[in-house]
Design a protein around this ligand. Structure first.
Ligand SMILES: Cc1cc2nc3c(=O)[nH]c(=O)nc-3n(C[C@H](O)[C@H](O)[C@H](O)COP(=O)(O)OP(=O)(O)OC[C@H]3O[C@@H](n4cnc5c(N)ncnc54)[C@H](O)[C@@H]3O)c2cc1C
Length: 261
């Protein structure tokens, strides 16, 4: 029942953490490697961007490439939100209207409408056909047509990352090779006591797959990871933490007989 501006939110969070934060932006991480106990983030020309004993990957769909781990079972969709000028029919809107999409109250003479879904196109350029889709969606919400002739293309397009069961993946990164070796017989249904404890890539954590609801789930995920890393009581119920576990798809696959994976 609320709305916020993601850019402003990120800026104010970064401001609040200023003294503890060394922020590096507009830098692509091409490789992740471990050297002498430190995870190193490597950019262009093999340049070391940052390193640490603990690293949390929060980079959406690209996490599986950096980890070289397909067992995360991530998929992606492109989404676009558009901005339309305020007009009589909607200028008095007090709350967001959500149905098949959403239409937000006026901010600085404009309304945000959205959002589109594309599963086979991942450009971050704004698209006219998505704008039309969003306008049509708003018309359906309002039961009447917005006046949008010659509306300039204004808004934002980006990528959502989703998991196969539509829940985020949050927690320690599994050691895939150890899982494949240690649990290779799990498909035969042997009792769990016979298996070794799960093995992880020490110091490496992940939060991704927040889909269309990240503005809600990212904060709970961050609090959970903080408690996990700091060795404090975890902030999620145990069964919830299990449902978000980054190895759950790997385990599901290992439980199937080899020909059916
Ligand atoms: C159009 C649209 C509308 C949405 N509306 C809502 C909404 O109303 N409510 C809601 O809760 N959620 C909404 N979402 C979903 C929400 O935006 C996501 O769930 C949320 O952003 C996920 O946060 P994240 O930090 O996990 O990933 P992201 O926000 O995707 O952030 C990942 C970041 O990592 C960067 N990155 C990736 N790879 C690398 C690399 N190799 N090196 C360096 N950086 C890298 C990316 O550039 C990106 O900035 C919407 C999404 C879209 C696309």
């Amino acid at each position: 029942a609320g709305y916020l501006n993601p850019r402003q939110l990120c800026v104010s969070l970064a401001d609040a953490a200023k003294k503890k934060l060394h922020l590096i932006t507009h830098t692509e991480i091409l490789k992740l490697r471990k050297k002498e106990g430190y995870w190193q983030l490597i950019g262009e020309k093999n340049c070391l961007i940052a390193e640490g004993e603990k690293v949390i990957l929060a980079n959406g769909f690209d996490a599986q490439r950096l980890l070289d781990f397909n067992g995360l079972s991530l998929s992606r969709s492109r989404g676009q939100v558009d901005v339309v000028a305020t007009q009589e029919k909607i200028s008095g809107l007090k709350l967001p209207v959500c149905h098949d999409g959403y239409l937000l109250p006026e901010v600085a003479g404009s309304h945000l409408i959205g959002a589109s879904y594309n599963f086979d196109e991942f450009s971050l350029e704004l698209s006219v056909s998505d704008q039309v889709e969003n306008i049509n969606r708003s018309n359906r919400i309002l039961y009447e047509k917005l006046g949008v002739e010659d509306t300039p293309l204004r808004g934002r397009a980006s990528i959502r990352t989703t998991s196969m069961d539509h829940l985020p993946l949050v927690g320690p990164v599994p050691n895939e090779a150890a899982y494949l070796a240690d649990y290779k017989n799990i498909c035969h249904g042997q009792r769990h006591e016979r298996y070794p404890a799960a093995s992880y890539r020490s110091g490496l954590f992940i939060t991704t797959g927040h889909g269309s609801r990240g503005l809600v789930s990212c904060f709970a995920a961050a609090a959970y990871l903080t408690s996990l890393i700091a060795g404090k009581p975890i902030t999620l119920a145990k069964d919830v933490a299990h449902r978000l576990h980054p190895a759950r798809f790997l385990i599901r696959s290992l439980k199937k007989r080899p020909g059916r994976r």
